[in-house]
Write a protein that binds this ligand. Structure first.
Ligand code: AKG
Ligand code: FE2
Length: 248
């Protein structure tokens, strides 16, 4: 498998778990990840099999990007920021597509497909083929299963919108659970600014009463974090290293 790689900086790669053979704890997942925007820059690097993969996934990526942009613009507007605020950077930004496959697991109660985490993105749009996604409800600190509704897409705020909004929006903590008898597939589309564009808290949302709560960071900063973070050692969230301690 020529695309197998633990190098998280590769624009197209597949693997098992998160960094198989590197992390101490392994997760019950096989995945393919690839960049998707602008499509023409990346599509030739995607798998050639199945034969219609590039065409169908290309279409999905372009359509889901349109939905993502609408939602992201609405969030920026809800923060009462100028509508043109970072819109161009978001439009031109990165789109990463993760195709996750979780095979049937003989002991689903003692394993996970993915550990609890929040996404680094501004926004994530997820499709699941059957139930398995859970989100942490901080009202009562319990996991809530996201029901499988055919054709429905799940939308998550990611770390970079938590940073932009100075914590008015919180990134969604989620995990992937497993099924005993069936394979589960999810398609995760992550939208962020460009590779080296720093996401920072909107200046309009910072004043004496509301000090800046987060450090700025880019998608590349996240990848550097991912390449060294061991998900078995607890403190796994990118957002936690962005938090300015006195204010969080
Ligand atoms: O498979 C799922 O439901 C979750 C996938 C996910 O969290 C991710 O790809 O970041
Ligand atoms: Fe995720």
């Amino acid at each position: 498998m020529e695309l197998m790689s633990n190098d998280v900086h590769k624009p197209v790669r597949c693997g098992t778990s998160i960094k198989d053979g590197v992390d101490k704890v392994q997760f019950w997942r096989v995945f393919l990840k690839h960049y998707a925007h602008p499509l023409k820059d990346w599509v030739h690097m995607w798998p050639e099999n199945p034969k219609d993969y590039r065409e169908k996934m290309g279409r999905y990526c372009q359509e889901v990007k349109k939905v993502g942009l609408e939602v992201m613009k609405a969030i920026v507007e809800s923060l009462e920021l100028n509508p043109s605020y970072i819109t161009k950077e978001i439009e031109d930004g990165m789109q990463v597509m993760a195709v996750n496959c979780y095979p049937p697991c003989p002991q689903p109660e003692i394993a996970l497909g993915l550990p609890p985490h929040s996404d680094y993105s501004c926004l994530t749009i997820l499709y699941q083929s059957c139930q398995g996604l859970q989100i942490m409800d901080f009202e009562d600190n319990t996991w809530k299963a996201i029901p499988h509704i055919p054709g429905a897409l799940q939308v998550h705020v990611g770390d970079h919108f938590e940073v932009l909004s100075n914590g008015l929006y919180k990134s969604v903590v989620h995990r992937a659970t497993l099924n005993r008898d069936s394979t589960r597939i999810s398609l995760t589309s992550l939208f962020s600014l460009g590779m080296d564009d720093k996401m920072e808290t909107a200046k309009e949302l910072v004043d004496d009463q509301n000090p800046k709560k987060y450090r700025e960071s880019s998608f590349r900063d996240f990848l550097d974090f991912l390449s060294t973070n061991d998900f078995s050692e607890g403190n796994n969230n990118f957002i936690d290293i962005l938090k300015i301690k006195n204010y969080n």
